[in-house]
Ligand binder design. Structure first.
Ligand code: NAG
Length: 210
């Protein structure tokens, strides 16, 4: 890029940064292969976030969990929750996801997710690049910014607060192929740190009473 393009990119980045804050780079969104024969019921339930591309809506968030369940209309209820230190209270967001191309066979693990609790309707694509349902999931999303830039999101999810070495190895294959390792920031999932004082939170142990 020349300096004018860099300036333009910085400007667009600034604008994008207000609403998203994903990993922004030149180029159009990649068409990565996704997990197929997607089994939505097996994907439901609790996931712990292990690493992510930093997001404005998640800035500084630790002890992040995502919980997926079925809505009455067959869509997926997305319940994201995190702790932003030094705060002690978990923050959460509820979204709704639908399979992007429900008539495709085999069914691709592509979801469209919307969060409308925020001032602006945020709609994003959520592609599961790989999962074994029982231990790990590698999730990626991307949208175009103007005609020359893209903004990517990525999340490494685990059924348990830490990945087993086997799951870690599986995840690494996807990271090497499709993600930018240096931009994946680790999420704290230390149980002493993530303990909760909220009896409704079941993903973490209750903090010892002083
Ligand atoms: C999901 O989003 C894509 C565009 O990214 C669109 O083509 C598709 O129709 C959407 N699917 C549903 C079920 O809304």
């Amino acid at each position: 890029m020349n300096s004018i393009q860099l300036l333009a990119a910085a400007f667009v980045l600034g604008l994008v940064g207000l609403t998203s804050g994903q990993l922004v780079s030149p180029g159009i969104c990649q068409n990565f292969p996704v997990h197929v024969n997607f089994d939505v019921p097996r994907y439901l339930g609790l996931w712990y976030e292990i690493r992510r591309y930093e997001q404005v809506f998640q800035r500084g968030g630790e002890c992040v969990t995502a919980e997926y369940s079925l809505n009455d209309d067959g869509s997926v209820r997305v319940f994201n929750s995190m702790l932003v230190p030094p705060g002690q209270v978990r923050q959460s967001d509820v979204g709704r996801a639908v399979v992007a191309f429900p008539d495709e066979s085999p069914l691709e693990a592509k979801l469209n997710v919307t969060f409308d609790a925020t001032a602006t309707d945020i709609s994003a694509n959520y592609w599961v690049l790989g999962t074994d349902y029982d231990s790990y999931a590698v999730v990626w999303g991307c949208f175009g910014v103007g005609t020359t830039l893209r903004a990517e999101s990525a999340w490494i999810l685990s059924r348990t607060p830490t990945l087993t070495p086997q799951a870690e190895a599986e995840v690494q294959r996807y990271v090497d192929l499709y993600l930018s390792e240096d931009d994946l920031r680790p999420t704290v999932q230390n149980l002493d740190f993530c303990c909760t004082i909220d009896p409704e939170v079941t993903a973490y142990p209750q903090c010892p009473t002083q």
